[in-house]
Design a protein around this ligand. Structure first.
Ligand code: IMP
Ligand code: MG
Length: 181
């Protein structure tokens, strides 16, 4: 059968490693936010798988919502401009927000989205990213919760895409170079 697995050069983070680490982060958040009724905000679409796993392992009182933003045009590097395509409708005044994102790269996305949420009256915005790619940072951003630090390579899977593909891969992998050609 022709599957997405055929396009993967190597597995960077396995399913087991992902599950273990996501549970650890969920435990930490549960301790930190036990009485704070946080609002988990997932940045669509890359965070969807991480977001779902994180929430199922975090058994505290909380709410959830999503935002959709774009800064990429099917390529592999940031345009720097972040457009909010879908915003949260609920009142954010005084809410403690945990902003959940698949990967922190240049930092443009999370920098702009967290400022936007603070402008909307949130009491706090903390960042929870599955992957951190510090090599290409352009904005001063320090996430409170980080799953894994990754090298400066383009990764796919577990929500992360290349040209909107490979999001359904259950692990984080690196594509074969010919896929980009
Ligand atoms: P930033 O605004 O440059 O920090 O980029 C964040 C967004 O870029 C993420 O939400 C991803 O959609 C995308 N991105 C950055 N690096 C990668 C990667 O290695 N694989 C897939 N998407 C990436
Ligand atoms: Mg994304």
């Amino acid at each position: 059968m022709k599957t997405i697995e055929n396009d993967i050069l190597k597995v960077l983070i396995s399913e087991e490693e992902l599950t273990k680490r996501v549970k650890e982060i969920a435990d930490q958040i549960a301790q930190d936010y036990e009485d704070k009724d946080p609002l988990f905000v997932g940045v669509l679409r890359g965070s969807f798988m991480f977001f779902a796993d994180l929430m199922r392992y975090c058994p505290i009182h909380s709410g959830l919502d999503f935002m959709a933003v774009s800064s990429y045009n099917n390529g592999t590097s940031s345009s720097g401009v972040v457009k909010i395509n879908y915003d949260i409708r609920a009142d954010l005044t005084g809410r403690n927000i945990i902003l959940v994102e698949d990967i922190l790269d240049s930092g443009n996305t999370l920098y702009n989205v967290s400022r936007h949420l603070m402008d909307r009256g949130a009491a706090s915005v903390k960042l929870c990213v599955l992957l951190d790619k510090p090599a290409r940072r352009e904005k001063p951003i320090h996430p409170e919760y980080t799953g894994f630090t990754v090298p400066d390579e383009f990764v796919v899977g577990y929500g992360l895409d290349y040209a909107d593909r490979y999001r359904n891969l259950p692990y984080i992998g690196i594509l074969k170079p010919e896929i980009y050609e």
